[in-house]
Design a protein around this ligand. Sequence first.
Ligand code: KG4
Ligand code: ZN
Length: 350
Amino acid sequence: MKILGIETSCDETACAIVEDGRKVLSNVIASQVDIHAKTGGVVPEVAAREHVLKMLPVLDECLSKADCGWDDIDALAITRGPGLVSSLIIGTETANVISYVKNKPLIPVHHIVGHIYSNWLLDPPKDGENPELYSSEPQFPLVILTVSGGHNEIILMKDHNDFEVLGETRDDAAGEAFDKVARLLGLGYPGGPAISRIAEDGDPDRFSFPIVLLEKDSFDFSFSGLKTAVLTEVKKHEGKMTEKLKSDLAASFQMTVVKTMAIKLARVVEKFPHVKEVHLAGGVSANRKLREIIRDYIPGGIYLRYPQTIIYCTDNAAMIAGAAYFLYQQDPARFKPRTNIVPTTSFELW
Ligand code: KG4
Ligand code: ZN
């Protein structure tokens, strides 16, 4: 079954075609990062106008890269939310119109569920590669850390589309903290990659920022205190900030975020000993340190999985098409052509 997915929840205009929930036939993303770098963050109105300009060219490219015509597409998938409403609406209206005109079932997908299913995505094996490498199927029950700019959760997944949110952020998401600290250090947008780059040369032990674990049995996060602690250090060194100091601040900040998440995941795995895999998803899951430290904190017998390529960590439409397949399999009759999908900003998993 070939599903064409559309994702416009924030600042990427993205379309992809995925077969049977896993095999990515095409994945096209028009990034607006250069535009938003100038303002140090996403301006919703600017993002929406860019989506209008990019939507149809990205759709055309997605079909032609997969060598597909509309007759080859079995269903459409669309990010319904959460996200910026003015951005989401460009995608939902495009999907509504195509569903109406081409008479295709339309599957609304929760953005976070999309990120979860990024761990199922597979690029077709390249020349000479063993196709079996690509066949490993995630095993339930599993625990997912979704960590990006707008959200941060720990989710227990017992089966397809069976999610229990164990914890979430009470203030900033980790990606948001990366972006804000990057701004304090005068680094560009997006902050995550910039921080992790300069952290490579930094000393993670130079500053001991607080690891906030909240109540003993809580799997929630809070990163706003950490951001303030970095701000306090930056102010102390005003006028005498060196490259070395910046790297040390970045490395110490990054290590604090990463250890906080690793400790929480280790606690989840202890509480749910039947968990077979730990998954990382979302923009921050591209972070090398995060992967490394989490591997150290969870027992060796547990499979640590993160998206096959960095493109599937950050926002993309392949994850939306992938998630839609597993939803559709559960109850195909639920998804009809000519349904009018309206965006939502609710984080509640539906
Ligand atoms: O999933 P995503 O593309 O968008 C949201 O749904 O929010 O995540 C974007 C976030 C940004 O905050 C960005 O700074 C962060 O992911 N990010 C990283 C890295 N790459 C992207 N954070 C830490 N390390 C990275 N290597
Ligand atoms: Zn996202």
